[in-house]
Ligand binder design. Structure first.
Ligand code: ZN
Length: 435
């Protein structure tokens, strides 16, 4: 059953409507009514637990989808698309709810080997809409037509997951010897010398620690007039899984120096360890460790391996006053999970309330390009640019995740992480100037 509380939640936490503009919400004669200052919005009631799309809903979605395709190569057309679509017969709340709370997942959901939901779970007839941030578009159409509000400023987040902060501690003695031996066999003399010195000095000297780089961040307040820049590093502070976690030593001098260097330009968040979802009580000690490193409590979180189940795995974050989660993503594809780029909140059916942690959907993770989709450098560059373009022209938020270790090019063969990040930064400057 749909309630006034549900309606308020969808307006405020999914569509991003300023609730101060709402005078009254009622449910009468099987319809919901929202009274704003000088007009009334109404749409038929829907089943909040199990919203189903009707033929008319599909027609409306298709008309938006067709407009996007028509303007696909036209930046200005995409940017102002929301001003050209007529809002009549679009049931904004139901559609936004359907996507944002993931009612498009077939049951049972398909999980990968880390127990994460993959894009294979999405109903076939819904798949194509997830190529775009439909919820952002719905929000913009609603705000523009009914409340005379233009699209708000956007934000691009440069984020990095610090899974390990010292390559040599991570590899251990035997694997380090093996790496050096391969350098000798393949006559990589310079690399051998560099890495040998790093092996000896990386804990003490920042310049010798290749894992502690700034190159995945952008130290700039704003790009163009309306695009904000934010940098966040997520720190893995506990080992709960033998294979997938690493116990970092944040006391090493090089890390302290690194922290001092970037503290003003980079915020830090917690990177809950692999098994946190199965043992949420462990978050408390992780937060205590985090606080000893950064001297503040975490406001942001991204689950290591994006290992979590939405929405209820956010409850431990809420309990510890962590405001934002950055893990929302399909690990196997670049579709817009939830068909949304903007920060939003999900509804917990088990708690029967909103979970008070803002989800900031992840747009691109570095290893999706290189390891999951196995793209060449040129393909990866093109694919990343297109996702950023769509995120910023049709949506308003773009979250990039580049791991710190990948920025060290010689780490493994054909590692283009650093080069892609460079080209992405240039591209964002370009697209930021037209936003
Ligand atoms: Zn991680």
């Amino acid at each position: 059953m749909l309630t006034v509380e549900h309606i308020e939640y969808l307006l405020r936490d999914v569509l991003g409507i300023n609730v101060q503009l709402i005078k009254n919400i009622t449910i009468e004669n099987e319809r919901l009514h929202i009274l704003f200052q000088d007009f009334k919005y109404t749409e038929p009631c829907f089943d909040f637990e199990n919203p189903e799309l009707t033929e008319q809903d599909f027609e409306m979605l298709d008309s938006i989808w067709n407009e996007i395709i028509k303007n696909k190569s036209n930046d200005i057309g995409l940017k102002s698309l929301y001003t050209t679509i007529q809002p009549q017969n679009i049931y904004f709340l139901k559609l936004a709810h359907y996507f944002a709370n993931e009612h498009y997942l077939g049951k049972p959901v398909r999980l990968d080997n880390h127990n994460r939901i993959t894009s294979n779970s999405v109903y076939r007839n819904i798949h194509k809409y997830l190529n775009f941030p439909m919820v952002d578009i719905l929000s913009d159409i609603f705000n523009f037509n009914y409340l005379a509000i233009n699209k708000q400023e956007g934000t691009v987040y440069f984020t990095s997951d610090f899974d390990y902060i010292n390559l040599w501690s991570y590899l251990g003695f035997l694997k380090t010897c093996w790496r050096f031996l391969k350098h000798i066999i393949f006559l990589r003399r310079m690399l051998l010398i560099e890495e040998f010195w790093s092996y000896l000095l990386s804990k003490k000297h920042l310049s010798r620690n290749f894992m502690l780089t700034k190159s995945m961040f952008l130290f700039k307040g704003k790009i163009g007039k309306t695009l904000n820049v934010k940098n966040i590093g997520f720190l893995l502070v506990e080992k709960t899984h033998k294979k997938y976690d690493f116990k970092n030593d944040y006391k090493q001098l090089s890390f302290k120096e690194y922290l001092n260097n970037i503290m003003g330009n980079v915020s830090f968040g917690i990177h809950p360890s692999y098994n946190t979802r199965y043992n949420p009580d462990s978050l408390k000690t992780q937060i205590e460790t985090f606080e000893q490193i950064v001297f503040e409590l975490p406001k942001y979180s991204r689950f290591h391996y994006l290992n979590c189940c939405y929405p209820d795995d956010l409850l431990p974050l809420e309990k510890h006053h962590i405001n934002q989660d950055f893990s929302f993503y399909f690990p196997d594809s670049l579709l817009f999970r939830g068909s949304i780029s903007r920060p939003f909140k999900q509804w917990s059916y088990t708690m029967n309330r909103t979970i008070n942690v803002e989800i900031v959907p992840l747009s691109i993770m570095d290893i999706t390009l290189s390891q999951t989709l196995k793209l060449s450098f040129d393909e990866a560059q093109k694919t990343a640019q297109e996702k950023i373009r769509i995120s910023l022209l049709l949506g308003r938020t773009c979250v990039l995740l580049w791991h710190n270790n990948g920025m060290y090019e010689p780490l493994y063969k054909k590692n283009y992480s650093r080069r892609i990040m460079l080209s992405i930064k240039n591209y964002i400057e370009e697209i930021g100037s037209i936003l």
